[in-house]
Design a protein around this ligand. Structure first.
Ligand SMILES: [Mn+2]
Length: 316
């Protein structure tokens, strides 16, 4: 965690000292990564920094910088150009390419960076649409998603650089094949957890007492496929940090974004998330339960608590 902060500081300092353009994109998914690659296609000597949405809103370091380009993230304070499609992120940059009805930020980034006519750039943006709308049909989109999820911070920056330089050929690179393989393993583990939780109730709420290092967003998708209409996953992430993944089936009455935004996060109606601080799992539940009870219109919440590999049902 600490090391990444220092690395971000280094990237920012280097860009500013060398007078290079600097971009901030979402660290979490292919849409952000592709947007970063598009920025590097336009400005090959530009510097890309990755951050999560909460950092863009709260990190003192991130907010102290004037960003030339921001994509798939809320406003980090000062920005020249921004491409985004999140309903929960109000416009803020000097020039906005903001459209909540766009299927991916990368599509808006394509226009913002004037890369519409570039075939390799358009292809990358189309993969971001596949992954961001949870409608992955091509092998390339599947591999891109796996590479992003399997890579660490520097690995993602490497992926961005290679996508910008070589387009989809980047997916054949040996180091990137390694990221894809790593993610494949965590997916397998996630599928086992989903199987153990199936058939899920209509409102599937899963509380992890420790980070099992599985693909939690994928878990919500699997639970929805298995019959859940609403999914909510709570996971500890590092010191006193908790991450929430919320999902809602498109045909259902649920709104994932409204729950996530009440926990300090945001996202889309069908997939949203939040990160917050709490002192232990008890404190985290104290934050989460009142919101769930109100949004689900219920006095008690039936959850599955996953603790050291054991699962038990619990009324909270
Ligand atoms: Mn997006």
């Amino acid at each position: 965690m600490r090391a990444t902060l220092l690395y971000k500081l280094y990237l920012i300092a280097r860009a500013k000292l060398e007078g290079r353009r600097i971009a901030l994109v979402d660290e979490g998914d292919p849409d952000g990564i592709v947007s970063g690659a598009l920025f590097r296609m336009k400005y090959p000597d530009g510097v890309v920094v990755l951050a999560y949405p909460t950092e863009a809103q709260k990190s003192v370091l991130i907010r102290s910088v004037k960003w030339d380009f921001v994509a798939d993230l809320p406003c980090p304070g000062r920005a020249v150009l921004r491409a985004d499609h999140h309903l929960t992120n109000p416009p803020c940059a000097e020039r906005e390419f903001y459209d909540p009805s766009a299927p991916a930020s990368a599509v808006l980034a394509l226009k913002a960076l004037e890369l519409d006519g570039n075939a390799a750039a358009s292809k990358l943006a189309s993969l971001a649409v596949e992954t961001d709308t949870a409608n992955i049909v091509s092998q390339e989109a599947m591999e891109l998603e796996a590479a992003v999820k399997g890579a660490d911070y520097r690995g993602k920056l490497y992926l961005i650089a290679l996508l910008a330089a070589r387009g989809l050929e980047a997916l054949k690179d040996e180091r990137i094949r390694g990221f894809i393989e790593r993610y494949g393993k965590s997916r397998g583990k996630t599928e086992e957890v989903a199987k153990a939780l199936s058939p899920p109730p209509r409102e599937a709420i899963v509380i992890f007492t420790r980070d099992e290092r599985i693909a939690y967003r994928y878990l919500t998708i699997l639970l929805e496929k298995a019959g859940a209409e609403f999914t909510f996953v709570l996971v500890p992430k590092g010191f006193f940090k908790y991450r929430v993944y919320v999902g809602a089936r498109p045909s259902s009455k649920y709104n994932a974004a409204s729950i996530a935004s009440r926990l300090g996060g945001g996202g889309h109606k069908y997939a949203a998330g939040a990160t917050f601080r709490a002192l232990g799992i008890k404190g985290a539940l104290e934050k989460v339960l009142p919101v769930l009870k109100e949004e689900l219109n219920s006095n008690e919440i039936e959850a599955v608590v996953v603790s050291n590999g054991n699962m038990r049902k619990s009324i909270l």
